[in-house]
Design a protein around this ligand. Structure first.
Ligand code: AMP
Ligand code: ZN
Length: 114
């Protein structure tokens, strides 16, 4: 059995607020939102982070970005703008080691990020 929290969302072992799913991806609301829209988009398959990406994951990662863009449209944040973030390893602040894109929008976002 996987001990990974996000794998447990995929298997429905732990419930979460799912906003989108398909054959390869799952998206749900972040439990500690940093913006009015803060959604995590993950692959169904367990992949630790971008550093674990292999060439045969190119299609999957591209698909996850397409899902981010689709959800941004659904959430109504496309016109004003949004940010997609992918934290990789400790210095970037990765805390859950199942690859996830953060989709953030609904407010002005500062740059550079902290
Ligand atoms: P990161 O720090 O990039 O690894 O992001 C992990 C994200 O997962 C954080 O934004 C957390 O708020 C979020 N998170 C942690 N636990 C849960 C949970 N049970 N449900 C939804 N989001 C979560
Ligand atoms: Zn996992």
């Amino acid at each position: 059995m996987s001990t990974c929290l996000f794998c447990k969302f995929v298997s429905r072992e732990i419930p979460t607020q799912i906003v989108y799913e398909d054959e390869h991806a799952l998206a749900f609301r972040d439990i500690n939102p940093q913006a009015p829209t803060h959604i995590l988009v993950i692959p169904r398959m367990h992949l630790e982070n971008l550093a674990a990406m292999q060439p045969d994951h190119e299609g999957l990662i591209g698909h996850l970005l397409w899902v981010c863009a689709e959800i941004a449209r659904q959430e109504g944040i496309e016109a004003d703008g949004y940010r997609v973030v992918l934290n990789t390893n400790r210095a970037a602040g990765q805390s859950v080691y199942h690859l996830h894109f953060h989709l953030l929008g609904g407010r002005s976002l500062g740059w550079p990020p902290g």
